[in-house]
Design a binder for this molecule. Structure first.
Ligand code: CP
Length: 364
């Protein structure tokens, strides 16, 4: 990507709405003025924030505490503010190499990780399945050894096999960040989604009601969001065809509401999910036309939502199936804000994982 530093982030009025300084959690009360720089270049409160994180890898939201999620959000908020006002004062990862190992297709996640790495001054190398020796039968373990030999500093892995980032993280000494593993988790998606919700609502998500509608069964985005939202105090309702919204999801603490009108009526957020054809092993409903007619969000169904409810989608959107184009592009949609926030949240994750256990390096 050739966007010059800082340009992507000049979004009118966006900064003010992203300040959630009223949040009760102490780590979010860092204020808007830049504190004095600490001994090694970073503001002292930012160093304190970074030192709250001690994980080498980001594998799942399930494993994180509320405080860890809030540390990522707060650092992302700080990075966003700095990029809008004073990009030269960002901490630098100059000399580090981020390896984007994308063994499954991706547009948003891959590009956001790439831009995030470059914003922090790191080098980025992309390996995709078609261009890798994985197509020649090389194992993930051997690929990992190649990564070590080439001295990458961080590996960002997207893979169709659930558990592959955990496996790689256990082998490699360098941080491994899960960019989506099969139908397991997509932690950075949930981090950017909840960050976006907090921007929209101006404070915490305590007591907010979020309805996730669509293919829950095969969705790693749904799993990560269920964990993140509940840890942040929101209530989650799942809806869609019963074949794709099994009752067992109640065990995760969610409500399952198959009546669409009831599922939408008191939601503050409706998050649409596409049908994950690539992961389905059998047909779970008769046709996409049937899905659209029964569950697609159109203008009439959107009128069941509260006036201030927002519409989210992790993308890619199948326009005219799970979501009408007029809604995807309408005032309630925050889909592009989600994409933009993917850069800041991933900057925070990369930086925290790299600095875990070596705060002395968290300098400019
Ligand atoms: N939301 C998401 O993961 O999109 P991509 O597959 O384009 O990365």
């Amino acid at each position: 990507m050739t966007t010059p530093p800082g340009k992507l982030h000049k979004r009118k009025g966006a900064l003010k709405s992203c300040i959630y300084g009223t949040h009760p959690a102490k780590i979010l009360m860092t204020g808007e003025s830049r504190p004095a720089a600490g001994p090694r270049g970073l503001p002292a409160d930012m160093k304190d924030l970074i030192q709250k994180w001690n994980r080498k890898d980001l594998i799942s939201i399930e494993a994180l505490s509320r405080e860890e999620i809030e540390v990522i959000h707060e650092l992302a908020r700080r990075f966003k503010a700095i990029l809008d006002t004073d990009p030269d004062s960002l901490p630098s990862l100059r000399g580090k190499t981020i390896l984007n190992l994308f063994i499954e297709p991706s547009t948003r996640t891959r590009i956001a990780f790439e831009i995030a790495s470059k914003r922090l001054g790191a080098e980025v190398t992309l390996v995709e399945r078609v261009a890798s020796s994985l197509t020649k039968g090389e194992s993930l373990r051997d690929t990992a050894q190649v990564v070590e030999a080439l001295q990458a500093d961080v590996v960002v892995l997207r893979h169709s096999a659930a558990g592959s980032p955990l496996y790689l993280g256990g082998i490699l000494k360098v941080p491994v960040i899960n960019a989506g593993d099969g139908a397991h988790e997509h932690p950075t998606q949930a981090l950017l989604d909840t960050f976006t919700m907090r921007e929209k609502f101006g404070t915490s998500l305590d007591g907010k009601k979020v309805t996730i509608l669509g293919d829950i069964l095969f969705s790693r985005v749904a799993r990560s969001n269920i964990y993140a939202l509940q840890k942040l105090g929101a209530e989650v309702t799942l809806s869609g065809p019963s074949t794709l919204v099994p009752d067992r999801f109640r065990q995760l603490g969610c409500q399952v509401e198959l009546n669409l009108k009831s599922a939408l009526a008191d939601a503050d957020v409706v998050m649409l999910l596409r049908i994950q054809h690539e992961r389905q092993t059998s047909t779970h409903f008769p046709s996409l036309g049937e899905y659209k007619s029964l569950y697609g969000l159109n203008q009439e169904r959107a009128s069941w939502l509260k006036p201030n409810a927002i519409i989210m989608h992790p993308g890619p959107v199948n326009r005219g199936v799970e979501l009408d184009s007029s809604l995807a592009d309408g005032d309630r949609s925050v889909i592009l804000q989600q994409v933009a926030n993917g850069v800041y949240t991933r900057m925070a994750v990369i930086y925290l994982c790299l600095m875990a256990g070596r705060p002395e390096e968290s300098s400019k």
